[in-house]
Design a protein around this ligand. Structure first.
Ligand SMILES: [Zn+2]
Length: 90
């Protein structure tokens, strides 16, 4: 029997987390683990989306919608951005 519920049913919180984790790793690899601001290479970078797209889940955003920052730059920039970070963004 074919399971069609995955198309219409929104992903559970766990599935959303898994989807975002996967997407996040893709973005980090695409960024070559370099901070977009200072250009230094880090194992742990924070991914931040540059804008919000209504009706599109975070993991379906295009690469251009994201930037990767090291902890220091992320903190500096977080003061400049508004606080509308969706849950799940790290
Ligand atoms: Zn940096």
């Amino acid at each position: 029997m074919k399971n069609d519920t995955s198309k219409t049913k929104p992903p559970s919180e766990d599935e959303q987390l898994a989807l975002w984790s996967k997407r996040r790793v893709e973005l980090l690899i695409a960024a070559d683990f370099k901070c977009s601001r200072c250009g230094n290479r880090f194992h742990t970078l924070r991914v931040r989306q540059a804008y919000e797209l209504v009706g599109i889940p975070l993991w379906d955003y295009p690469d251009s919608a994201f930037a990767c920052f090291c902890e220091g730059c992320y903190r500096k920039l977080s003061r400049l951005f508004d606080e509308s970070t969706p849950a799940g963004v790290q």
